[in-house]
Design a protein around this ligand. Sequence first.
Ligand code: NAD
Length: 496
Amino acid sequence: SGNVTNICCVGAGYVGGPTCAIIAKQNPHIKVTVVDLSEPRIAAWKSNSLPIYEPGLQEIVEVARDGTDGRQPNLHFSTEISKAIDEAELIFISVNTPTKLAGVGSGSASDLAYVESAARHIAEVATSDKIIVEKSTVPCGTAESLREIFSGLADPSVKFHILSNPEFLAEGTAINDLLEPDRILIGHLPEEKAAADALVNVYAAWVPQQNIKTINLWSSELAKLAANCMLAQRISSINSLSAVCEATGADIDEVAYAVGLDTRIGSRMLKASAGFGGSCFKKDVLSLVYISETLHLPEVAEYWRSVVEINEYQKQRFTRRMIKRLYNTLSRKKIAVLGFAYKKNTGDTRETAAITVISQLIAEGAKVAIYDPQVSENQIIHDLQSANPAKNIKDSITIYPDAVSACSDACAIAILTEWDQFKTDLIPAPKSQPPAPVPQLRNLTLEDSTATSSDLSSASSDAGSESPEMSAAHASTPLSTPPTEDALEGKPGSER
Ligand code: NAD
């Protein structure tokens, strides 16, 4: 109990890296070491080009890792996992928990192999008492499995105090989410209050005490899954309504705006899209489906499974609508795709709707022109090649260095990530000559040329949790004129 002075984090990913950078920055007296099995990942964290793109992260890392504010550096990245474990009093387990791809629960259960291997490693090398913190999103009951691993493998004189402390940051806004969290959850068994207090003190360096909630261990594990499932469900709800809008002449942005004015519902996470992506929503919903099935709650499992099914339906619907608007043939047509990341302000492409949409466009014979401000050419090719193993993907796609060249001569533009720059990139700079006839442009874009600002607006989701906005995605047939800001944007109601 009391105050810890040495923290280790196992897993230097989207969660471990930013979270520990903030913990180190806010606690100059605590030595924080982030470890990973991946040599290139650790090398990148030590370099000037960090392995992940996250606004504001670089500056924070430089302060804590390099002491740019004059402090003694207290943030370290290392592949010497055993050493860092042994030296630490508190260890975060922040490894990946993807959907299982084989064996029992394949396709829905969370794969705890990485959590287990991290735990075994800790058990094998620990020579002093440790506070073990589940940072990864795990199924309800995982702390019990950890306890068994420690009691089976570790030196019996070493005590392990297990806590749950799920992470609610959302990629793209991680730094702000970490600096001003809605809440910090710390779950513990009654006998582990001292360990929980030690973790409370780490966060209390910058988070107001009333925002740090200590709750029951199992509630904490389940609360994280529940939060992501309910966020994903909101997106599937609004996306399902977008199908009704398109069939009736209602406008999904207006519906979302009107619904969101109800304070019981609220306006965030109500942007219709081409479907959510990211590494978390789908796997966490499926994890809850699996848990419900194993608890013999088939109705509950079915309910949550529909959230994922609507998301798949929406991705298909988006592409089908594009194809239909292009006279049912994409053969050799140039289709521009703006945005490849699963949401704005990240370079993360895990589960991005862009992979599904582009793969379908390619299957129809389209030549797809892709631009994303943060995703590298190699990453895009890698993702699309893996999704289409039977094809040589380079025959069907071209990566462009900017939005304008990607869209030049395109039959249609699909905006699959809501990057802010897409609102202005395609709007010509004002000419000194008479101003462009804006109202006509709008009419042309929205009705004539069928750019569908509210049709199927928007892709995205969010990986860890709340994202304030969804992205804009638009299927549009030949645009003789660039889309107007209106057509590109479609944020629900903010300007109404
Ligand atoms: P990630 O894949 O980016 O990072 C995980 C890292 O753990 C990898 O670098 C991997 O090499 C490393 N690793 C795996 N096993 C290891 C071991 N035994 N020893 C050392 N290193 C090991 O994953 P992430 O996006 O950071 O997610 C981590 C967890 O946090 C997941 O459970 C996820 O559900 C949860 N989460 C993610 C987000 C998000 O936005 N990405 C938000 C909240 C919660």
